[in-house]
Design a protein around this ligand. Sequence first.
Ligand SMILES: [Zn+2]
Length: 101
Amino acid sequence: MFCKACGKEVMDTAVICTGCGSSTTGSIPGAGMSEESISKLIMWGWLGACLLPIVGLVIGIVLCVKGKINHGIGQVVVSLFSWAFWAAFVTACFAGMAASA
Ligand SMILES: [Zn+2]
């Protein structure tokens, strides 16, 4: 069989790919996510949207793909606002440091 992660041919009895170390028995990541892991993803997405915009943005897009359009779009929008906020905040900090130096 072939590794689902990297495509390298591995022995049929192999549990772990010798090429990349991925599990050969697991399904393709994210393909069969349970409702529980989706809810966790939604939670992390909102957290990320506020604190780490890039994370919120990525999770938001993933949620859109998974059919959680409301949460997904919400997180993408919040992430973009949050991103603008952090960018302005960091710029202001650097400007402040430059001014006081
Ligand atoms: Zn592999």
